[in-house]
Design a protein around this ligand. Structure first.
Ligand code: SAM
Length: 294
C-alpha cells in the first residue's frame, strides 16, 4: 500500500522511498527509487529538491518532476546547445532561458567564438542548489563568460532587440512559470531579440506523450521563421525516452549548414558529426504530426 511521504511526489512503497511523477499521461508515469533526499526547500516559484536516485545518480527535481540526472544530463544539454552552435554561421552572443541546472551554459562556453552567455533563470534557488549540490551537472564554479539574470525569460527577451546569435529555451514543462515560454508572444519577442541571421532552439517535449505541444511549437515558429527544423534525441530520464527540440532560423537552414568541424575538440560525450546530421531525420509518425513531406 502506498503512503504519501513528505515532499511532492514522494511515496513509501514496500519499505523503500520512491519519487513518483505527480501526473500520469496515457496511464503512464515514471517512478524513481530514491536512496536519499539531499536537499528540499520551497522557493518563491516551486519546490526545489536534489535526490540521490538508486540508479541514475543525483537528480534535480522541481515540483516533484525530475528535470535532469547525473546519468543522462549530458545528452539533453549537448543536444540543446551544440546543434544550434554547430550550425549557426558564427555564434558569439548567446542567451539561455531557464536552464537553471547550468549544464547547457557549460556546453555553450565550450565554443571559443561565444563571447557571452546571458542565462535568464526565473528561480535563483535552482542555480544556487545546482552549483552547490550538483557540480557533476552544473560544472561547479561558473565560467566568467556566463552572466546570470534572475527574472522571467519572457520579460527579459521582450526588452532585447537584434542582440543574440542564438537563443536556447531550456525550460521546464509548459505548466506554471514556464507556460509563457511556449506561447506566440514569447516567440515573437525571441524573433526580435535575434540578429538577422539568428537562431532559436527550444525543448519541445515528447512526440509520444505531448504531440499537441510539439505541433503547436512547430506551427507557431513556422509563422515567424523561414526555417523550422525539429530534431530528436533519446533522453531516458524524460517520459518515454524520446525527446524533441525545435530549431528555428532566420537565414540559414540548419540542415544544410552543418559545420561539423566545429565539434572537434568540444569534448562532447553524445553529439558528433553523425548525430548532428542524423538528428534531423524524422520517423513517419513525427513527419505526419508536423505535416512534413515523407
Ligand atoms: N532540462 C530540463 C527539462 O527539459 O526538463 C529543464 C532544465 S531547467 C531545470 C528548467 C528551468 O526553467 C527551471 O530551473 C525553471 O526555474 C526555469 N524556468 C521556468 N519558467 C521560466 C521562465 N518563465 N523564465 C525563466 N526561467 C524559467
Amino acid at each position: 500500500m502506498n503512503r504519501q511521504a513528505t515532499g511532492k511526489g514522494m511515496v513509501e512503497w514496500d519499505g523503500a522511498l520512491w519519487l513518483s511523477d505527480p501526473e500520469d499521461r496515457f496511464g503512464f508515469r515514471a517512478n524513481w527509487k530514491v536512496n536519499r533526499i539531499l536537499y528540499r526547500e520551497t522557493s518563491a516559484f516551486q519546490e526545489v529538491a536534489v535526490v540521490e536516485t538508486d540508479g541514475f545518480g543525483k537528480a534535480l527535481v522541481l515540483d516533484g518532476i525530475v528535470q535532469t540526472t547525473e546519468r543522462d544530463a549530458f545528452i539533453y544539454n549537448e543536444m540543446i546547445t551544440h546543434i544550434p552552435l554547430a550550425t549557426h554561421p558564427h555564434p558569439e552572443q548567446v542567451c539561455l532561458i531557464g536552464g537553471g541546472d547550468c549544464g547547457a551554459a557549460g556546453e555553450a562556453v565550450k565554443y571559443p567564438s561565444v563571447e557571452r552567455v546571458d542565462m535568464v533563470e526565473i528561480d535563483p534557488k535552482v542555480v544556487e542548489v545546482s552549483l552547490t549540490h550538483l557540480p557533476e551537472i552544473s560544472g561547479g564554479d561558473p565560467n566568467p563568460r556566463i552572466r546570470f539574470h534572475y527574472e522571467d525569460g519572457a520579460a527579459f527577451v521582450e526588452r532585447q532587440e537584434s542582440q543574440y546569435d542564438v537563443i536556447a529555451v531550456d525550460s521546464s514543462d509548459p505548466v506554471g512559470p514556464a507556460a509563457v515560454l511556449f506561447e506566440k508572444p514569447f516567440y515573437r519577442a525571441v524573433h526580435r531579440a535575434l540578429k538577422e541571421d539568428g537562431m532559436m532552439v527550444c525543448q519541445s517535449e515528447s512526440p509520444v506523450f505531448h504531440p499537441d505541444v510539439m505541433k503547436r511549437v512547430h506551427d507557431s515558429l513556422r509563422e515567424l521563421f523561414p526555417f523550422v527544423r525539429t530534431y530528436l534525441a533519446t533522453v531516458p530520464t524524460y517520459p518515454g525516452g524520446i525527446w524533441s527540440f525545435t530549431l528555428a532560423s532566420k537565414q540559414v537552414d540548419p540542415m544544410a549548414s552543418v559545420v561539423g568541424e566545429r565539434l572537434q575538440d568540444r569534448d562532447t560525450r553524445y553529439v558528433n558529426r553523425d548525430v548532428l546530421e542524423g538528428c534531423f531525420k524524422l520517423p513517419v509518425y513525427v513527419k505526419k504530426l508536423l505535416d512534413l513531406k515523407k
